[in-house]
Design a protein around this ligand. Sequence first.
Ligand code: 13P
Ligand code: SF4
Length: 315
Amino acid sequence: MLKEAELKEAITQLKIEKNAVIMAHYYQEDVIQDIADVVGDSLALAQQAAQTKADIILLSGVYFMGETAKILSPEKKVLVPDVKAGCSLADSCPAEDFAAFKAKHPGHTVVTYVNTTAAVKALSDIVVTSTNAVGVINSIPSDQPILFGPDRNLGAYLQSLTGRKMVLWDGACHVHEQFSIEKIVALKKENPGALLIAHPECKQPLLVMADFIGSTAALLKYTQKEKHAQFIVATEAGILHQMRKASPSKTFIPAPPSDSSCACNDCEFMKLNTLEKIYLALKNERPEVLIDETVRRQAVVPIERMLDISSQLNL
Ligand code: 13P
Ligand code: SF4
């Protein structure tokens, strides 16, 4: 087995030889974020995948992120380090069930969070990420009823921000639902100067306590701008790497999960990806993300709508 330094060197060589680009989500291991050409939230990864001149995109994140890249850049080869890196939120919304849900609510604009399969995106009118969801929803005429899925927590939060009533799919992310309010309250007592910042996939009682709520990119930006020096961070712990790099003099405390016996604030799907799997994927050019062309053609429409609105909003 190659050592870490050898893997990094081999990955760099393969990237040059194959004109490949590595895109990594903020929840990846530090070492993966550090070798990636692009590190970002789901919106940034989609935007970069649509624009890149590379022949191969290695998407180190979860599977729906690789699918989004392939939907937007079908002529490119899109690789993932491990096909088993799924997402509990995307899995909470099977396409057949979502189609039945949609059929029960005719006349609704179907808005889906990007954490879905390509088949669910193909059933959608417009896709959102947590960075652009408010802007996208505000762009929908106010008399138009909305159906939103799959995240019930993000959906409820968006209803409160936009004042829009939405029919919500009952799905959630197991990582963001795990945070312990009691332990966060205790942490705030121990660290009275710390601000609580949270991803909108967290449950409502936690969001009510938060000093700031935002996507991974928004949380990172907030910690850079904000004068406070201490933050309790309620999202997957991978984001702390970029926070610490950007603000080395500040303190970042990962919000604790209810079950102390497990590191439930790590997304085990995201953490399936390793440097070695990235090396092997680039070397062997697999696992490759492949999508049925009919599904892809339907799924690209709501994603491109989202990207157009995001660029109008300078996001
Ligand atoms: P972001 O779009 O904020 O990066 O979130 C993606 C995600 O999977 C959160 O769990
Ligand atoms: Fe999916 Fe949750 Fe992991 Fe994000 S943290 S990729 S929503 S399982």
